[in-house]
Ligand binder design. Structure first.
Ligand SMILES: CC(C)(COP(=O)(O)OP(=O)(O)OC[C@H]1O[C@@H](n2cnc3c(N)ncnc32)[C@H](O)[C@@H]1OP(=O)(O)O)[C@@H](O)C(=O)NCCC(=O)NCCS
Length: 149
């Protein structure tokens, strides 16, 4: 199993993961392509003879803050530490570039993701009502980096 930077050729496999992990809430292929081409967005994939996971982090321009934009692990490969590993790797990467904190948005009912983030030191900062396109709320979670967590 290998973690590496995403390449444009990974787009179809990333979209397969999006479909299986996010269903109707997945991003469109055009939006995903745009994000992958954005120099401020870092995309990592986990390759195990096929893509089994990916994560995307946006580094804000002043480099003091980053946002975890997406994280998805193939259903057959969950609870093996892959999601946590991707999050830790990306936190280290943005910390080295000067980010002091990472934020993310998550559906409060997505317990798998909320548990992962809580176990990694994220805390709920606020609930944002009607944040998602379907009108659902989002929890905004934040983690300070460099605090030894
Ligand atoms: C959320 C997701 C990325 C987790 O990936 P994963 O590789 O299974 O996560 P890990 O194995 O690294 O789990 C790390 C910790 O998170 C928590 N966790 C993850 N899945 C959990 C579950 N189903 N139930 C309870 N806790 C869970 C646990 O604390 C776990 O540690 P443990 O296995 O030692 O108990 C994965 O379930 C997924 O892709 N879900 C669909 C897409 C999604 O919701 N992405 C997040 C959008 S914000």
């Amino acid at each position: 199993m290998r973690m590496r930077r995403a390449r444009v050729e990974d787009l179809p496999a990333i979209m397969d993961l999006e479909r299986v992990c996010f269903g109707p809430w997945r991003w469109t292929e055009d939006f995903m392509r745009e994000m992958m081409a954005d120099g401020a967005v870092h995309t990592m994939v986990v390759d195990d003879g096929g893509l089994v996971a990916y994560a995307m982090m946006h580094m804000y321009q002043d480099h003091r803050m980053a946002e975890l934009l997406s994280l998805a692990v193939s259903p057959q490969r969950r609870r093996q530490g892959i999601g946590g590993c991707l999050v830790s790797f990306m936190e280290r990467e943005v910390a080295e570039r000067g980010a002091g904190a990472v934020m993310l948005c998550v559906r409060p009912e997505n317990q798998d993701a909320v548990n992962l983030y809580l176990s990694r030191g994220y805390r709920v900062l606020a609930r944002c009502q009607g944040y998602y396109e379907d009108g659902s709320d989002a929890d905004i979670m934040v983690k300070q980096l460099g605090g030894g967590e």
